[in-house]
Design a binder for this molecule. Structure first.
Ligand SMILES: C[S@@+](CC[C@H](N)C(=O)[O-])C[C@H]1O[C@@H](n2cnc3c(N)ncnc32)[C@H](O)[C@@H]1O
Length: 328
């Protein structure tokens, strides 16, 4: 699984062995003001080596922030203090945590969530899917993508917008994580979807989620580094490609995307911060793609691309940041 930057670390549970991690210790760093992105990343990077799982989220209605690291071994207070020292005066708490089923805890804490026409819920949900919405059951677990993160939500909104005006027949989802985007497209457009992820755990989780949502026959999930899997190359061209996989891999994969995208197709790219838009776009323009529209959510940006030259950008949507609760 890719844990390189913040969005992949949001959420309280990443399991080390099987489905339940036996957490024994936690380092809690409570910030009483919301940190700047750089400062938050620096603190997360400093603390991450002390545990097997890290969560990082807003508290107090957006006024504060909590970074929490979970570890199976007791972290040495002196080493933690030394790691944080260059980053200011911080007072982390190191404590033993009761042994419990963190995955079940996390699932219970994951509220239902709407994004465009989609309604996401966990396996604990006993209510009804709202009328005229597409219900998908996704639990928090080892793969990224419960729909709560801006990068996923932005893709879902972009896909919903595209589906209003275009007939999507052959979609591909790269970096599928839980499978969330592939499932959303499958249900919204009522078509078969091909999905890939380079992480074996993500592929396993996504296949399980496909079964739970009765989409195992409609969504084919493969292990693939970018567009390399033979089935993905052989299946090209695709009229919709979704890829929520961070700025650098997107940049590296730009020529491959251009090769598999249909002449009048659309690519929905996510996992990039607003300040990374320029670089991601430049790599894709160099590969023969152009910006169709973009959606900005909080600090994050979703670029929707097509083949050809960029005309004047006419549609740019800036949405307010949703309140972050629970796992990504
Ligand atoms: C941010 S998650 C996105 C998950 C889901 N698609 C969503 O939108 O919530 C990124 C996923 O991309 C996968 N990934 C990263 N680099 C990749 C690559 N080069 N090829 C395929 N998958 C990749 C990671 O394993 C991870 O599951």
């Amino acid at each position: 699984m890719d844990h390189r930057v913040a969005p992949l670390r949001v959420g309280p549970v990443m399991t080390a062995v099987g489905d339940v991690m036996q957490v024994l210790w936690s380092i809690r760093l409570k910030l009483y003001a919301k940190p700047a992105e750089d400062a938050r990343l620096a603190l997360e990077n400093a603390l991450e080596p002390f545990g097997e799982a890290i969560s990082s989220f807003e508290t107090d209605n957006g006024k504060g922030w909590l970074i929490e690291v979970f570890s199976q071994a007791k972290p040495a207070a002196r080493d933690v203090a030394a790691a944080l020292k260059p980053l200011g005066d911080h007072q982390p708490e190191i404590a033993r945590v009761p042994d419990k089923d963190w995955l079940a805890e996390s699932r219970r804490g994951l509220p239902e969530f709407k994004a465009g026409p989609f309604f996401f819920y966990g396996s604990h949900f006993k209510g009804n899917v709202p009328k005229n919405m597409i219900g998908l059951e996704i639990d928090a677990g080892m793969a990224f993508g419960t729909g709560r993160h801006e990068t996923t939500r932005g893709c879902l909104l972009a896909v919903a917008r595209l589906a209003k005006t275009r007939k999507i027949r052959k979609p591909l989802d790269i970096g599928t994580g839980t499978g969330i985007l592939a499932f959303g497209v499958a249900r919204l457009c009522n078509v078969p979807v091909l999905a890939g992820d380079n992480d074996a755990d993500a592929v396993r989780v996504a296949r399980g989620n496909a079964k739970v949502n009765k989409l195992a026959r409609q969504v084919r999930i493969l292990r693939s580094d970018g567009y390399r899997a033979k089935a993905i190359r052989d299946g090209a061209p695709y009229d919709l490609v979704t890829a929520n996989i961070l700025a650098n891999p997107l940049i590296e994969l730009a020529p491959d995307l251009a090769r598999v995208l249909a002449k009048d197709g659309r690519a929905v790219l996510s996992g990039l911060l607003r300040e990374q838009e320029k670089d991601v776009l430049a790599a894709h323009v160099a590969a023969g793609l152009a910006l169709d529209f973009r959606i900005r959510l909080g600090d994050w940006s979703v670029l929707v691309l097509r083949k050809g030259k960029t005309k004047r950008l006419t549609r740019s949507t800036v949405l307010p940041k949703p309140r972050r609760r629970g796992a990504a």
